[in-house]
Ligand binder design. Structure first.
Ligand code: PEP
Ligand code: MN
Length: 262
C-alpha cells in the first residue's frame, strides 16, 4: 500500500511511494545538512535535476564520536527552510525516542538508520508519530528481522512504514556494503509495505550508484534514496558515494524508462 510524504500540511508537493504510484520517486540530497546555504543549494540542485523529495541528516549516527555529529535542531530548521524554497518534502533521521516529536515537527518522513533498526524503543516512539517512517535495514539484519522491526512501528498505530534496503555487511570489500536487490521482490512477496533502495550506502561508491539505481528500478522498487552533493569532494560525510546533481539529472529519464518497462 502507498505511503505519502509531504502535502498541504507542510506546504510541500505530496510524493506517493508504493501502491499503484507510477514511476520511481527519488529522495535525493546530501548525507548531512552542512549549513543553511549549503542545504538550500543542494535542495535547489536536486529539484532542478528532477528529484521528488529531499534528504539530509541533522542528527548523524557517526561511527566515531569525534566525527561531525550534525547540527541537530538547527539542521532541522535548515531542512524546513529548504522545503519552503523548493516544495520538496523532507526525509531526515531520528536517533532517539526523545527526539521523535522534535523531528516530526520539521520533517515529512522520519528515517530510522541501519544502526538503530532494532532500537525497539525508538521504533515504538515512531509508531506514535503522525509522520511516515523510512526504516532502513540493519547492516546485519535478515529480512524477517526487518519485517519484525517494522511491526514495532505498525503496531504502535503508524501504518506509514517504508522499508529501505541499504546494503548489508559481507566479505566483499570492493563495495562498502553488499546491496541485496533480491530484497525488493522478496519483501513485496511477503509484505504490503513499499520498498525503497539506497544505492549510495549500498555501494559506497558514486560510480556504482546509477547502475544500481537502474537495477533497483528494474527489480520493481517503489523509490530510491540517493546521496547527492553539489561538490562531493567537499562533503562533510559520505562524499565518496555521493553523485552530483548533473549525474542525477542524467539518471532520472533513464529511471523513468526502466520504471515504465517493468
Ligand atoms: C544516511 O542515510 O546518511 C545513513 C546514515 O544511512 P544508514 O543508516 O543506512 O547508514
Ligand atoms: Mn550517508
Amino acid at each position: 500500500s502507498a505511503v505519502t510524504l509531504g502535502g498541504p500540511q507542510t506546504r510541500s508537493e505530496a510524493v506517493v511511494i508504493g501502491g499503484d504510484a507510477a514511476g520511481v520517486p527519488v529522495i535525493a540530497g546530501p548525507c548531512s545538512v552542512e549549513g543553511e546555504r549549503e542545504i538550500l543549494a543542494a535542495a535547489e540542485a536536486c529539484k532542478a535535476a528532477g528529484a521528488d523529495a529531499l534528504r539530509g541528516g541533522a542528527f548523524k549516527p557517526r561511527t566515531n564520536p569525534y566525527s561531525f555529529q550534525g547540527f541537530g535542531e538547527d539542521g532541522l530548521k535548515m531542512l524546513a527552510a529548504a522545503r519552503d524554497a523548493t516544495g520538496l518534502p523532507v526525509v531526515t533521521e531520528v536517533l532517539t525516542p526523545t527526539d521523535v516529536d522534535l523531528v516530526s515537527k520539521y520533517a515529512d518522513c522520519l528515517q530510522v538508520g541501519t544502526r538503530n533498526s532494532q532500537n525497539y524503543k525508538l521504533l515504538e516512539a515512531c509508531g506514535k508519530s503522525d509522520k511516515p517512517v523510512l526504516l532502513k535495514r540493519g547492516m546485519a539484519m535478515t529480512l524477517d528481522e526487518l519485517l519484525q522491526a517494522s511491526e514495532y512501528v505498525l503496531s504502535g498505530g503508524n501504518q506509514d512504514v517504508i522499508l529501505c534496503e541499504r546494503g548489508i555487511r559481507t566479505f566483499e570489500n570492493h563495495t562498502r556494503n553488499t546491496l541485496s536487490l533480491s530484497a525488493v521482490a522478496e519483501l513485496h512477496r511477503v509484505s504490503h509495505l513499499p520498498v525503497v533502495i539506497d544505492p549510495s550506502h549500498g555501494t559506497g561508491k558514486a560510480h556504482l550508484v546509477p547502475s544500481m539505481a537502474l537495477a533497483a528500478a528494474a527489480a520493481g522498487c517503489d523509490g530510491l534514496a540517493i546521496e547527492v552533493h553539489p561538490e562531493p569532494a567537499k562533503a562533510l560525510t559520505d562524499g565518496a558515494q555521493s553523485i552530483t546533481p548533473a549525474v542525477l539529472a542524467e539518471l532520472m529519464p533513464k529511471l523513468k524508462k526502466v520504471a515504465e518497462a517493468v
